[in-house]
Design a protein around this ligand. Sequence first.
Ligand SMILES: Cc1ncc(COP(=O)(O)O)c(C=O)c1O
Length: 434
Amino acid sequence: MNSLDQFWMPFTANRQFKAAPRLLARAKGMWYESHDGRKVLDGTSGLWCVNAGHGREEITEAVTRQLSELDFAPTFQMAHPIAFEFAEALQSIAPGGLDRVFFTNSGSESVDTALKIALAYQRAIGQGSRTKFIGRERGYHGVGFGGISVGGIVGNRRQFGSQLGGVDHMRHTHDPVRNGFTKGQPEHGAELADDLERLVNLHGAETIAAVIVEPMAGSTGVLLPPKGYLDRLREIATRHGILLIYDEVITGFGRLGTPFGVEAFGVVPDIVTTAKGITNGAIPMGAVFCSRAVHDAMMQGPVNAIELAHGYTYSGHPVACAAGLATLDIYAREQLLTRGAAMHAKWETAVHGFDHHPMVADVRNYGLVAGIELKPREGAPGARAYELFVDCFNSGLLVRATGDIIALSPPLIIEDEHIGTMMSIFGDALDRLK
Ligand SMILES: Cc1ncc(COP(=O)(O)O)c(C=O)c1O
């Protein structure tokens, strides 16, 4: 590699990065190795996806075998056995029993797929006037036009202008004044779900197809749902014939100490979007889980009609399915989808060790995830978190910075000793912050 010029990097300050690059060249278990041979502890499961740790031989073997057996076959009016096999295997852990699976290749595609299914479902049950979506401030739903429209991130609005029409947003639930330094779910804020009722009164229930939320907002800084919030959202959505979509691209596959956020918070939506951990990040893939009611409503009309005019060339790609099956085996064998619950107490104690640090404004946690919010530097929002991220990387720890929040989400195979190393590197870097 001689030049960094050609690769236009995603979500990156390209010029800043290329002046001082950070390159990861190898990985095994909990550790990355940088291109200059330094060990870097993975505090972020790559990008919230390598839940079973890096370099899993079982996945490598399954992918290699599948590539030599069947590299690709279409799933439009044709199929191959492993796509059905994987969908069937997913049934055993399907969130809330939502066991009808539509395959995609990423979280963004899962979100757009879910939104389209919601529209098609409403039309199929004679509710074609329901074309609007309700999202939430500080929601991140990937980068498709549907996802950025229902998402609530100002940068997307500034850079990309007008988006999908007919979208409105509830307020976010982040309330550090009332809920600061909470362990687990915050006490205050269930009433914020009433924003959905307010928007129903404004737009008319008969115009709204679906409401979409992340059970825990990950990318915008680990924002947990207040106690009772999701129950209330479910109740309002059901009462008004609005589908509830959970975006579980981050919370799916064990992050919260349960297989999905559905089990963590005990509220079942109609549709769940996933990606990332579904293949342990080894091969791109996503899946949208739908209730039978949603699925079956679409299986009407003439049998020769294509029920949903949607799909990707690589929906149910055989190599991704092979990676997914091997990943599910590892999750089951090592009980990783509930390991976050087993490690929870140690994790919680460790991250809340920073509660009184002078640079820290808030600490929050659940399962094997934590958000550590820094006090912003006067006139330079986000600068401290970025500097901390760079310092941690140089000191041997990968963390994720978003605004002035550091998110920690280590692989679910984490052991006590790794927690110790993480907190020690992080604490030292925090002490060096100015
Ligand atoms: C909740 C949520 N939805 C969607 C996405 C988009 O996924 P992808 O980057 O695979 O398109 C992400 C990515 O982090 C996410 O956190």
